[in-house]
Design a protein around this ligand. Structure first.
Ligand code: ZN
Length: 152
């Protein structure tokens, strides 16, 4: 279980990113985009990326409608992948997914998650896993050239 400090931090970060979502806009001139749906909760999200010729994510944004966790996760994702090369973005996606599904313990196993670790608590809330990972699945779909992704 999460200790009180982590739980409070989790709530603070979710609230903050909900109130002031980062990179919340349509990205003009983007090179990649996808639409993600989580019908279980009603979360919908569009993720936009601009990837340059060196395979670096030079800009990223999202728009959407959904629960607090889906929105906070999307907002925080954009701040984490902006400026990163695609191989690092793919590593983050893999590690975030493993952490959310309980396959990676970010406190005891090596990872690059940094402040994304606050989402580790969703592994105890199965209904919330899809909310937390929706933005990441949508980002992954956009990078693979798929325009649409659904958690169902
Ligand atoms: Zn949700």
């Amino acid at each position: 279980m999460l200790n009180t400090h982590t739980r409070n931090l989790y709530q603070d970060v979710i609230l903050d990113h909900n109130k002031k979502p980062r990179n919340y806009r349509v990205l003009e001139g983007h090179s990649h985009m996808a639409h993600g749906d989580n019908p279980l909760c009603g979360d919908k999200i569009d993720v936009y990326l601009t990837v340059d010729e060196n395979d670096v994510v030079v800009d990223v944004s999202f728009m959407g409608d959904g629960c607090a966790i889906s929105k906070a996760s999307a907002s925080m994702m954009t701040t984490m992948v902006k400026g990163k090369p695609l191989d690092e973005v793919n590593t983050l996606f893999r590690e975030f997914h493993q952490m959310s599904t309980g396959k990676l313990d970010p406190d005891t196993e090596a990872n690059h998650l940094g402040r994304l670790k606050i989402f580790a608590g969703v592994r105890d809330l199965p209904a919330r896993v899809k909310c937390a990972t929706l933005a990441w699945h949508t980002l992954d779909a956009a990078l693979k050239g798929d325009r649409k992704v659904s958690t169902e």
